[in-house]
Design a protein around this ligand. Structure first.
Ligand SMILES: [Zn+2]
Length: 139
């Protein structure tokens, strides 16, 4: 299976947002601001879960994985299906996956987790002299 490294769980931040929303400090528009692009990515590349949306309780959460990495070239910043992640993990040395949860019913979305995938071997596709600026843009 996938060899996930440097796993970061955003559950605490997620709970904090939900707590502030339920207490009235955040509006529904602020927490349910998934745009058409995110909805579309979730529809085509997302993974359906059995977890109900924590905001509207009308629809199940979909997880969408976004990939970032210098080695990926044009594919960096795109959404990928789970099967594609597995294939990419054997193709590239290192790339970061950001998993976002989305609700199609109300537009709730939040970063669920991030992790690093790849063979861990020095990349043959990416020249070392290449600037690594894109990485900081994803932080
Ligand atoms: Zn919802």
């Amino acid at each position: 299976m996938l060899n996930q490294r440097q796993i970061v769980d955003y559950e605490l931040q997620r709970r904090s947002v939900l707590r502030r929303y339920r207490a009235g400090f955040l509006s529904r528009e602020e927490v349910c601001d998934a745009g058409p692009y995110l909805h579309r990515a979730a529809r085509y590349h997302g993974e359906q879960t059995e977890h109900m949306c924590p905001v509207c309780f009308k629809s199940q959460i979909v997880l969408v994985a976004w990939v970032y990495g210098d080695e990926l070239g044009m594919a960096s910043g795109s959404a990928r299906k789970p099967a594609e992640l597995e294939r990419m993990a054997n193709l590239f040395a290192e790339f970061t996956v950001y998993v976002v949860e989305v609700c199609h019913a109300c537009g709730w979305n939040h970063l669920a987790m991030s992790y690093v995938l790849g063979t861990g071997e020095p990349g043959t596709r990416a020249p070392r002299s290449r600037p690594r600026s894109r990485k900081s843009a994803t932080q």
